[in-house]
Design a protein around this ligand. Structure first.
Ligand code: FES
Length: 71
């Protein structure tokens, strides 16, 4: 699914960038990671949502790891 119609960035490309250890940690860096820059900014909210989802997943994943260690 295309998230950014100006740059033709797909959700898969954004998720791939976010999954890298040195991946972007803000919306502006997501554009940079995908080799482009914002044009109209209309996709910024959708990119921010993917960023938040990724952060939440990482947080839950780390919390789960700690619980396994503690058990
Ligand atoms: S839709 Fe992404 S910059 Fe325009």
């Amino acid at each position: 699914m295309i998230v950014c119609s100006c740059n033709l960035i797909t959700e898969a490309e954004i998720r791939d960038a976010l999954s890298r250890p040195d991946g972007p940690d803000c919306v502006r860096d997501v554009y940079k990671s995908c080799g482009c820059a914002p044009v109209c900014g209309g996709c910024a909210g959708a990119i921010a949502k993917l960023l938040e989802e990724t952060r939440a997943d990482a947080l839950y994943s780390r919390a789960g790891s700690r619980q396994k260690v503690a058990a």
